[in-house]
Design a protein around this ligand. Structure first.
Ligand code: ASP
Length: 602
């Protein structure tokens, strides 16, 4: 009988099939013995169906008795209606069952270390990753991978319709500076030389524009040898795209269209994950300039699911007797404030102290507070302020009786960052966040450069191929005058306070690209060695172009409401970049090392 005959998938047998002969293939999900009857839940990728084996057929029954969970079987028999009291509403196929007439064991299974049929228990993650092929048999994981597949298909279909073509770019290549360490691959045939695995297809997609491809996309694997945080992986996937003859708004429009289309296609899946109807996203997404995002939310990836905005009161406290405030402003810093509405009742003294700890950990000197009680202000700093000064602060911050004001006075960046983090902590603590809503935002007009304290020089904030705003020919003069004020034609896409993508209009002129490399301190020799091919290509009629990349793993994770990026990647690595399943990375034979001209120092 082992002919792999299959008329149905398990999860798709239904009332319509009653009295038909059904052939199924799958795994024994559960097995229950009820005296003369054995009930099997048979599972394949589509779901589960109940199979009943009766002892009336002794040989068949003997085979069924041998079954253990996760055995692989072929089953055939008639679909019959279940009696009303045995109908199972929990599963799609719950109104019928298969009366087994043939049963073949295709393979046995050891007792799995992961309980596949039990959605409530989750073993240690090391066990899950060690036996990933079993972990992926669980409903949740299978659903996540199917969801990911649908998302990628929907995006690709949309881009295809819009005239984009998918082109693969090499893995064995030269380093592209996306700001991380490269994974290196030694070349056997070129002793002493190394390929770098791409941190992104950045330079190749620009070369494709120079090659006249006009609209490119790729579901691209990227490799970055970084210390891993919980939502990072050494290899991850981007939806990468690039377009010629475009402005920022054209690129933004394509991404918005892609997401709108994709989320509409996945509407049912998303609602199922969330257990409720999630409204479709609306276009266009709001846009905040980088200055606005920092000023109002203290972050370049603002979480717009709740308010609690930062208010700048620097101008109001310039001349107060509250020295910490006045001196900060005099020194060019900022005083920022958050009004916690009804904070008097909502924030305990201990919670205030915890917030202050957070602020200090992030580098602030402190977190000043003021409670506006019905008897006036209560605060260690209130005595330094005149009544009129306080009134102005209350008006600016819309502070009413019962509210609590929190202040940070520091360098602009620190004041914003610290209060931005305090805002997020308050948002969570005060349950202001709707975890089932999607707030997409563009952050635009980023600074082109930022000062690296460790390297003691100005570096590109995105990558050095990002075009400055304004007259390109003035870039050197502007850099000499106010490097921090030059804005980039760069944009980031933020979802619920997480950066999920970013891109820019690129530099398409060789002379300007050369100048930018020099400005950020790359010497002539290094420019030629690392980027000579790009500069040269730009000299052959490079069209104006720009693009963007979305982090697919993170997007899938957030849409599906998963906590870990590893739950949406088939074979992820651990936090220490290990694969517990295969044992990678591993030592290799001495001969292999010899072949690639490598001697290890370990
Ligand atoms: N290559 C960039 C990145 O990986 C994205 C882009 O500029 O298109 O972040």
């Amino acid at each position: 009988m082992i002919n792999m005959k299959r008329t149905h998938n398990c999860g798709e047998v239904g009332v319509k099939d009653i009295d038909h002969e059904i052939y199924l293939l799958g795994w024994v999900h559960r097995r229950r013995d009820h005296g003369g009857l054995i009930f099997l839940d048979l599972r394949d990728r589509s779901g589960i169906v109940q199979v009943v084996v009766s002892s009336q057929d002794a040989e068949l029954f003997a085979t069924a008795e041998k079954l253990r969970i996760e055995y692989v079987v072929q089953v055939s028999g008639k679909a019959v209606k279940r009696s009303p009291e045995t109908i199972n509403q929990q599963i799609k196929t719950g109104e019928i069952e298969i009366k087994c007439s043939n049963l073949e064991i295709l393979n046995t299974s050891k007792t799995p270390p992961i309980e596949i049929a039990d959605a409530t228990t989750e073993p240690d993650e090391m066990v899950r990753l060690r036996y990933r092929y079993l972990d992926l048999r669980k409903d949740k994981m299978r659903e996540n991978l199917v969801f990911r597949h649908k998302l990628i298909r929907a995006m690709a279909n949309y881009l295809d319709q819009k005239g984009f073509i998918e082109i693969e770019t090499p893995f064995l290549t030269k380093s592209t500076p996306e700001g991380a360490r490269d994974y290196l691959v030694p070349s056997r045939v070129n002793p002493g030389k190394f390929y770098a695995l791409p941190q992104s297809p950045q330079l190749f997609k620009q070369l494709l524009m120079i090659a006249g491809m006009e609209k490119y996309f790729q579901v691209a694997r990227c490799f970055r040898d970084e210390d891993l945080r919980s939502d990072r992986q050494p290899e991850f996937t981007q939806l990468d795209l690039e377009m010629s003859f475009v402005t920022r708004d054209d690129v933004i429009e394509v991404i918005e269209g892609t997401l709108k289309h994709t989320l509409a296609e996945l509407e049912k899946d998303i609602d199922k994950y969330r257990g409720k109807r999630i409204p479709l996203i609306e276009l266009p997404f709001p846009r905040l300039t980088w200055d606005e995002a920092m000023n109002r939310f203290g972050s370049d990836k603002p979480d717009l699911r709740f308010g609690l905005e930062l208010v700048d009161i620097s101008d109001l406290v310039r001349d107060t007797e509250c020295m910490i405030f006045a001196r900060t402003v005099a020194a060019g810093g900022a005083v920022k404030c958050i009004n916690v509405k009804e904070g008097e009742n909502k924030l305990s003294r201990a919670e205030l102290e915890k917030l202050e700890e957070t602020a200090k950990k992030l580098g602030a000197k402190g977190l000043a507070w003021l409670v506006l009680t019905s008897n006036g202000p209560k605060s260690p700093i209130a005595k330094f302020f005149k009544e009129e000064e306080l009134e102005l602060i209350y008006t600016r911050t819309k502070c009413e009786t019962g509210d609590v004001l929190l202040f940070v006075a520091d360098y602009f960046d620190i004041a914003c960052n610290v209060l931005g983090e305090v805002r997020l902590e308050l948002g969570k603590k005060m349950q202001l966040i709707d975890y089932n809503s999607f707030h997409f935002t563009w952050v635009i007009d980023f600074p082109l450069f930022e000062y690296s304290k460790t390297e003691k020089r100005w570096v590109s904030r995105h990558h050095p191929f990002t075009s400055p705003q304004g007259n390109l020919d003035e870039i050197e003069e502007k850099f000499l005058k106010e490097p921090g004020r030059i804005k980039a034609q760069a944009y980031d896409l933020v979802l619920n306070g997480t950066e999920i993508g970013g891109g820019s209009i690129r530099i398409h002129r060789a002379d300007i690209q050369h100048k930018i490399f020099k400005i950020i301190g790359i010497g002539e020799e290094e420019i030629n060695r690392r980027f000579g091919f790009l500069i040269e290509a730009l000299e052959y009629g490079a069209p104006p172009h720009g693009g963007v990349a979305l982090g697919l793993d993170r997007l899938v994770m957030m849409l599906a409401g998963m906590d870990s990026i590893r739950d949406v990647i088939a074979f992820p690595k651990t936090q220490s970049a290990l694969c517990p399943l295969t044992g990678a990375p591993d030592v290799v034979d001495p001969q292999q090392l010899k072949d690639i001209h490598i001697r290890t120092a370990i």
